[in-house]
Write a protein that binds this ligand. Structure first.
Ligand code: 6PG
Length: 235
């Protein structure tokens, strides 16, 4: 774990936005397009608003989703609705560069469709993920059958965080990506981070190497329990 600590959620959003912009530029220095999978939830909103104001090579960016909630298209609680409102607002991004999950079709049909769409790329370049209080990431929840599924996109049932039906990138798809970036802010995430630092195999600990952007509240006092890990914390 490469853990980068920020004093507060705003600094975290800024640090993570700058890092992602750097990584996008690095990918585009090697390849025509950069395929970036976006995290859902609330934590990335501030980061997306900052990215929106940056001079990115938008015409060469493809946006995918790390997961989606099986709700009607356009529903305010969908992750793609948030992304369209915060990251892509007012951007003339061609439809072909925004790869929404058709979660309105239900978990199985949407996961199958997304797996087919993902088969058109070699792999994702950057996968952005959040962290749930129970150690979930994307829509991969502890002890959920989706964790063992192999396709690039998998159907999720019985998610403890509503809605219960979702679609998620699989562990395979997340691991095969070139890079993973995890963001976690607030004291609510501290217990999950403590379990991960203690070596517990929660889903967020199973994604492979990643750069973790955390704020002080999320990591507070954990260094004592895992000094080796904390050596990697860079303010
Ligand atoms: C979702 C998310 C989920 C999220 C975490 C953290 O659709 O709910 O993709 O994995 O990233 O639950 O959520 P917050 O950022 O809102 O704390």
């Amino acid at each position: 774990m490469d853990i980068r600590k920020a004093p507060d959620p705003h600094a975290l959003a800024r640090q993570a936005a700058e890092y992602i912009a750097e990584r996008i530029a690095a990918v585009l220095s090697q390849r025509e397009h950069c395929h970036l999978a976006l995290a859902g939830g609330n934590t990335p909103r501030a980061l997306y608003a900052l990215l929106r104001g940056m001079d990115l090579s938008w015409s060469r960016l493809h946006f995918w989703f790390s997961d989606e909630r099986c709700l009607p298209a356009g529903d305010a609680q969908r992750n793609d609705t948030m992304v369209k409102e915060v990251l892509l607002a007012g951007l003339p991004l061609p439809q072909a560069q925004l790869h929404s999950i058709t979660a309105e079709l239900g978990p199985e049909a949407a996961a199958q469709q997304y797996t087919k769409e993902l088969s058109h790329i070699e792999r994702l370049d950057i996968v952005l993920l959040g962290l749930g209080e129970d150690g979930h990431t994307a829509s991969l929840f502890p002890d959920n059958s989706a964790l063992a599924m192999q396709n690039r996109a998998v159907p999720v049932h019985h998610a403890p965080k509503p809605p219960a039906q979702r679609v998620s990138l699989s562990l395979n798809c997340i691991r095969e990506a070139d890079e993973r970036v995890v963001i976690a802010a607030g004291k609510e995430k501290r217990e999950a981070l403590a379990r991960i630092l203690a070596g517990e195999e929660v889903p967020a600990a199973m994604i492979g190497e990643a750069v973790w952007f955390v704020d002080e509240a999320a990591i507070a006092g954990l260094c004592g329990e895992a000094p080796t890990q904390c050596q990697q914390i860079r303010a």
